[in-house]
Design a binder for this molecule. Structure first.
Ligand code: NAP
Length: 278
């Protein structure tokens, strides 16, 4: 019998705070689809059963978040080459034959959010400084390199993690010490915060902006709050800024299209609906 209702969701632990249901169900309503997007709270020990459940229940797919983004990879039938390079999956899509593919759209979401904010933005405009070397940093650094960034200064509190990333991603990624972060802002065209510093419940990022060119674009992958202390300080001195909401929304577009067959748009109404949930 033909399926008339499609279901997707976000798999993580904890997952109750996720904004993904608000985004996807907004689009489901907007397009009048027979579909829904829910929360899949999956404890670490239950991941294998949960993936079998996607197949057994005929679910269209899911987003994957902490702590499953890496652990889910060997449980899937196919991994997209870009997700393989990122070393993590953030979207699972069930094909018509029931097999499961793993993708990572975080890098796409990041680049697209810069383009949405500044249509003439180019990664080739100059050196980039990226703070942090976790999962978000991998997506940001890899996608900036793929877009033609000439040099990336990678700076992480735990230097060894930045060095491991640089060794993997090649000589355009230079590691600087955490203590050098203030000076490493000279001449950059783009500064990106991928640490959790400045996120709701965390301390602000400890960073002096006096060496940063006033033309440099300052971006933060954090979206709660929408304006982090870093973005507020950058805006006050005249730098253009981009918050992390566009990255979340743009990565969501790709999954939605693959699950439900409709290309959704990021509208002011969607942004307002989401802002109301913060
Ligand atoms: P993660 O893998 O746990 O990495 C956390 C990063 O923050 C590491 O580089 C860590 O440095 C650094 N950090 C933690 N505490 C610090 C401190 N006190 N001082 C300096 N650095 C510190 O996390 P993630 O998945 O990359 O996520 C990072 C942030 O990105 C989160 O706020 C998350 O919400 C956001 N994010 C946003 C999107 C989006 O769509 N907008 C997507 C993914 C993630 P060490 O290595 O030294 O611990």
């Amino acid at each position: 019998m033909e399926k008339t209702f499609k279901f997707a969701g976000v798999m993580g632990w904890p997952v109750a705070h996720s904004r993904s249901p608000a985004i996807h169900n907004f689009w489901v309503r907007e397009h009048g689809l027979q579909a829904a997007y829910g929360l899949f709270p999956v404890q670490p020990g239950a991941l294998e059963d949960a993936v079998r459940g996607i197949r057994a229940l005929g679910i269209a797919g899911c987003n994957v978040t902490i702590p499953h983004k890496v652990a889910i990879m060997p449980l899937l039938d196919r991994i997209d080459p870009l997700a393989r390079r990122m070393g993590a999956v953030n979207t699972v899509v069930a094909d018509a034959d029931g097999t499961l593919g793993g993708y990572n759209f975080d890098g796409y979401g990041y680049i697209q959010c810069l383009r949405d904010a500044k249509p003439d933005w180019s990664a080739a405009a100059g050196p980039v400084t990226v703070l942090g070397a976790g999962g978000a940093a991998r997506a940001v650094v890899l996608s900036l390199l793929d877009e033609g960034a000439p040099r990336i200064r990678l700076i992480n509190r735990t230097r060894g993690k930045a060095e491991a990333m640089a060794a993997e991603f090649g000589p355009k990624v230079e590691v600087h010490d955490w203590s050098e972060r203030h000076e490493a802002l000279a001449d950059v065209a783009l500064l990106v915060n991928t640490t959790n510093q400045g996120m709701h419940g965390h301390a602000p990022l400890d960073l002096r902006l006096d060496r940063l060119p006033r033309t440099a674009l300052v971006s933060d992958v954090i979206y709660i709050p929408l304006e982090t202390p870093l973005l507020a300080a950058a805006r006050e001195r005249g730098n253009p800024t981009v918050n992390g909401l566009g990255m979340l929304l743009n990565q969501a577009r790709r999954g939605f299209e693959l699950w439900f067959g409709v290309q959704p748009r990021i509208t002011d109404e969607l942004r307002a609906a989401l802002a109301a949930t913060f």
